[in-house]
Design a protein around this ligand. Structure first.
Ligand code: MN
Length: 234
C-alpha cells in the first residue's frame, strides 16, 4: 500500500523511546489495570480483597513522553495523577499461565495514568463507560522503555510520586494485589496479547488533583524517573 491508497494520510505510528537505543517500541494497544494496590482500592471506596483484576484501555495516541508539558485537558475540574509501572509485551501470548507469562515481558517504563476523576465518578455512579475519564489525549504519560535484560524482573522496589517537591504517593511494587505475570496471564484469557501492547499496572494510594503550573516527578526503584509539568488549560 502507498499513501495514495488512503483518503487521508495515515497518522504517524505511536511509539515509545527505548533507553540507550535508536530504535523505538511501536505501540498498538494500552491496557490499564483498575485497582491493584489494596490501599488505593480502599481510598477509591472499593474492596481491597483479591477479586479478579479489571481493565480499561487508552488509545495508543494518548501517549505523552515524560518531560512534556501537558495542557490541562478540557471537560474536567479534577485532573488526577496515578503513578504506575508500565509493562511492554514482547512476545505473543494467549491463555498463558502465570508461570509462563513472565517470558512475555520485553521491558518496563514508568507512567502516569492521568484521569479526569470527576468524569470517572459520574460514570461510576451512572454505570457508564470510563472512556472520557481515562482515554483522552495525552492521558498516558510514559518514560523511555528499559529492556528487561537491563533491569531484571521488577518484583519489588519503591514507586513514588511528588508534586512540586512534596511526596504524594509511595508504594512498593511488591504491594501489587496482582503481580505482573498474574496480570499478563489473566489479560491473556481475554486477548491475544502481542508485541506493541502496553499494560499500566495500577497505582498505589495517594492519588490527587493537579492544577496548571504543577510539576510532577515520579520514580520507580531499579527503573528510572519521570517528570511532567501541567500547562495552561487547553
Ligand atoms: Mn490507573
Amino acid at each position: 500500500m502507498s499513501i495514495t491508497d488512503f483518503v487521508f494520510a495515515p497518522q504517524v505510528q505511536p511509539s515509545v523511546a527505548v533507553r540507550g537505543s535508536r530504535q523505538r517500541y511501536a505501540v498498538q494497544r494500552i491496557f490499564c489495570v483498575g485497582r491493584n494496590y489494596a490501599a488505593h482500592a480502599r481510598e477509591m471506596g472499593g474492596n481491597p480483597d483479591r477479586e479478579p483484576p479489571f481493565y480499561f484501555t487508552k488509545p495508543a495516541n494518548a501517549l505523552l513522553p515524560s518531560g512534556s508539558v501537558m495542557a490541562y485537558p478540557p471537560g474536567t475540574q479534577n485532573l488526577h495523577y496515578e503513578m504506575e509501572l508500565v509493562v511492554a509485551i514482547g512476545a505473543p501470548v494467549f491463555r498463558v499461565t502465570p508461570q509462563a507469562a513472565g517470558a512475555a515481558v520485553w521491558g518496563y517504563a514508568a507512567g502516569l495514568d492521568m484521569t479526569r476523576r470527576d468524569l470517572q465518578a459520574e460514570a461510576k455512579a451512572a454505570g457508564r463507560p470510563w472512556d472520557t475519564a481515562k482515554g483522552f489525549e495525552n492521558s498516558a504519560v510514559i518514560t523511555e522503555l528499559v529492556p528487561l535484560a537491563e533491569t531484571g524482573e521488577l518484583k519489588a522496589g519503591a514507586i513514588t510520586l511528588a508534586v512540586n517537591g512534596s511526596e504524594k504517593q509511595r508504594g512498593d511494587l511488591s504491594d501489587m494485589i496482582w503481580s505482573v505475570p498474574e496480570i499478563i496471564a489473566n489479560l491473556s484469557q481475554f486477548y491475544h496479547l502481542q508485541p506493541g501492547d502496553l499494560i499500566y499496572t495500577g497505582t498505589p494510594e495517594g492519588v490527587g488533583a493537579v492544577k496548571p503550573g504543577d510539576r510532577l516527578s515520579g520514580r520507580i526503584e531499579g527503573l528510572g524517573e519521570l517528570s511532567l509539568e501541567i500547562g495552561a488549560a487547553d
